[in-house]
Design a protein around this ligand. Structure first.
Ligand SMILES: [Zn+2]
Ligand SMILES: [Zn+2]
Length: 346
């Protein structure tokens, strides 16, 4: 008789808007893979879209893609990782064979899959990942390592933007991503970053993390911002996904400046831009999608203390807290939530 298979706990989305704590068979590392005992998984807007059945979600799904943990099983052919290593994950998996992969645009892979999106993710005790997507995170705390993915997205945004040394910047949105973006801009050479958000507590945190000025949105915001920066900002960026915010950015951008669209807007949203304005003032509008080989930069920012993430962690919940965590995500500012970490060991 074979021994009964061991099981692990996982918070599983079983149908739209339904999460259940389930016992699932423990996964094992195959060739080129490692198994990770999950330390923490950050909750993100993407998880909310998946909960609603968007982003091509197929149920049952163990969501969670901002994962840190410890290697506890190493498959054959793994070269660089050992049992016990603290690691951070890039949840995006790619084929290496398609048009985009062969040009190094891995996050646009035609056969893209992702842990926690269409493969089992981090709202579980264990997750299995290909070693190519697993990054040693020595020198960090396990909580810090859980920020590798969202901060890796910011790092990709900075690789796209390459701000001028000493640039002035404004960021709309002081949620967790907005505050990572603000710190990424400062770590990439911006001299000062102004932050706009309706929630005063978030603005206080923004100032604590290095924002030079903060504003709440109101009818006169534009003139107030331009009073403070009469020639506009060299970089205007948003981490809101709100189309009206995107539409307002060019008017705040300095001659020769850059507009960074970083938030996830509704897929069918449109904004109006004045082409003459882009032309006549030498403006650049940039998008930035996901991350591409930028986890190492994110980890270096954390190691060097250039980006601080501990103040962003407002809640640490066990697996049974996944439904509450998603509720907080659905109601921005609710219970002062910034980054909520799911910690299976709690
Ligand atoms: Zn995310
Ligand atoms: Zn590919």
């Amino acid at each position: 008789m074979t021994a009964p298979a061991r099981t692990m706990r996982a918070a599983v989305i079983t149908a739209p808007r339904q999460v259940e704590l389930r016992e699932l068979p423990e996964p094992h590392a195959g060739p080129g893979e490692v198994r990770i005992r999950v330390h923490a998984t950050g909750v993100c807007g993407t998880d909310l879209h998946l909960l609603d059945g968007h982003f091509g979600a197929r149920f049952p799904l163990t969501a969670g893609h901002e994962i840190s943990g410890f290697v506890d099983e190493v498959g054959p052919g793994v070269l660089n990782l050992r049992e016990g290593d603290l690691v951070a994950l890039d949840p995006n998996l790619w084929c290496g064979q398609c048009h985009y992969c062969q040009r190094g645009q891995f996050q646009h892979c035609e056969h893209h899959t992702a842990l926690g999106v269409n493969l089992p993710g981090g709202f579980a005790e264990y997750v299995v990942a290909p070693a190519v997507s697993v990054y040693p995170a020595s020198g960090l705390t396990p909580d810090q390592a859980a920020f590798a993915e969202p901060l890796g997205c910011v790092a990709w945004g900075m690789r796209r933007l390459r701000p001028e040394i000493g640039a002035s910047a404004v960021v709309f949105g002081a949620g967790a991503i907005g505050l990572l973006l603000m710190q990424g801009l400062l770590a990439s050479g911006c001299a000062g970053v102004t932050v706009v958000d309706p929630v005063e507590d978030r603005l206080r945190l923004a100032r604590e993390l290095g924002a030079s000025r903060t504003f709440t949105p109101h009818a006169d915001l534009r003139s107030e911002l331009l009073d403070a920066n009469p020639h506009g900002f060299d970089v205007t960026a948003e981490a809101t996904g709100v189309p009206a915010v995107v539409q307002g950015l060019p008017a705040l951008t300095a001659v020769g400046g850059q507009v960074l669209v970083f938030g996830v807007a509704p897929e069918d949203a449109h904004v109006q831009l004045r082409p003459y304005d882009l032309f006549q003032r030498d403006l650049t509008v940039l998008g930035s999608f996901a991350l591409n080989a930028t986890v190492p930069l994110a980890l270096d920012w954390l190691r060097a203390g250039r980006v601080r993430v501990e103040p962003l962690i407002t809640h640490r919940l066990p697996l049974s807290g996944v439904p509450d965590a998603l509720d907080m995500k659905a109601n921005p500012g609710f219970q002062g939530a910034q980054k909520v970490l799911i910690v299976p060991g709690l």
